[in-house]
Design a protein around this ligand. Structure first.
Ligand code: ADP
Ligand code: MG
Length: 223
């Protein structure tokens, strides 16, 4: 449901006395409900771009706007609010806290905002990812694929309007990867905007749009 507008962003980093352009003029608009696969070689700047979209990092130049709001105009507090209310982040692995149960992991963003979810909200989200009967389990009792599905359930329960996933299927076998991709696709079909970094051709093919980044620049954008 989130409209993303990235305008001419550049990101410069100082590494070992040398300045490198990690993002070198990126323009990208993503409409609500689009499912974008962000592809490109290692070091291309994919994770950096995702961090800018999440407001976790700031470009050196240029604008990132979510639903027309320029992220530069938001205080750190408001940015954190925006993330906890409407953005779901999914990393390659380690998305769940091992000391919390599955249900507690799903509820975590609500807890961070000092809210609660009802049992039925948590149950419905776990149901959507096929893990209803694992609510009380600890992450250590789950497979890698199940843990990634908990991360998706967290986005669902939290009603994320934007899901930013960084190589979410990288550490999964084919069958589990397919399940996770199908769930992300489902979220996009329900109107959630999804941007997923991936090296997996099959995962990228499931997206409605494929954007390729090389050396900090978009080199192709196919719908
Ligand atoms: N915090 C940082 N400081 C310096 N250089 C960084 C930092 N983060 C990433 N880089 C460099 O920026 C480039 C792009 O990194 P990244 O966005 O992680 O690429 P990708 O996700 O496409 O592999 C790489 O050359 C990486 O070494
Ligand atoms: Mg990366």
């Amino acid at each position: 449901m989130t409209q993303i507008d990235v305008r001419s962003i550049e990101m410069l980093r100082q590494t070992g006395g040398q300045q490198t352009r990690i993002l070198a003029g990126v323009d990208l608009s993503v409409s609500p409900g689009e499912f974008v696969a962000l592809e490109g070689p290692s070091g291309a700047g994919k994770t950096s771009l995702l961090s800018c979209l999440a407001g976790l990092d700031r470009p050196t130049r240029g604008v990132v706007a979510l639903d027309g709001v320029d992220l530069r105009t938001l205080s750190p507090r408001r940015l954190a609010d925006l993330r906890s209310h409407s953005v779901g982040l999914i990393q390659q692995h380690d998305n769940v806290f091992s000391s919390l149960s599955v249900a507690e992991n799903v509820e975590l963003p609500a807890r961070i905002r000092r809210g609660r979810l009802t049992r039925s909200e948590i149950g419905a989200a776990l149901d959507a990812v096929g893990l209803r009967d694992r609510a009380k389990a600890r992450p250590a009792e789950l497979s890698g694929g199940e843990r990634q599905r908990v991360a998706v359930a967290r986005c669902i329960a939290n009603r994320a309007r934007l899901i930013l996933a960084d190589e979410p299927t990288e550490s999964l076998d084919r069958a589990n990867a397919r399940q996770v991709i199908a769930l992300l696709r489902d979220q996009a079909a329900r109107g959630c905007t999804v941007v997923m970094v991936t090296h997996d051709g099959e995962a990228a093919a499931a997206a409605s749009r494929r954007v390729r980044l090389e050396q900090g620049q978009i080199v192709s954008d196919l719908r």
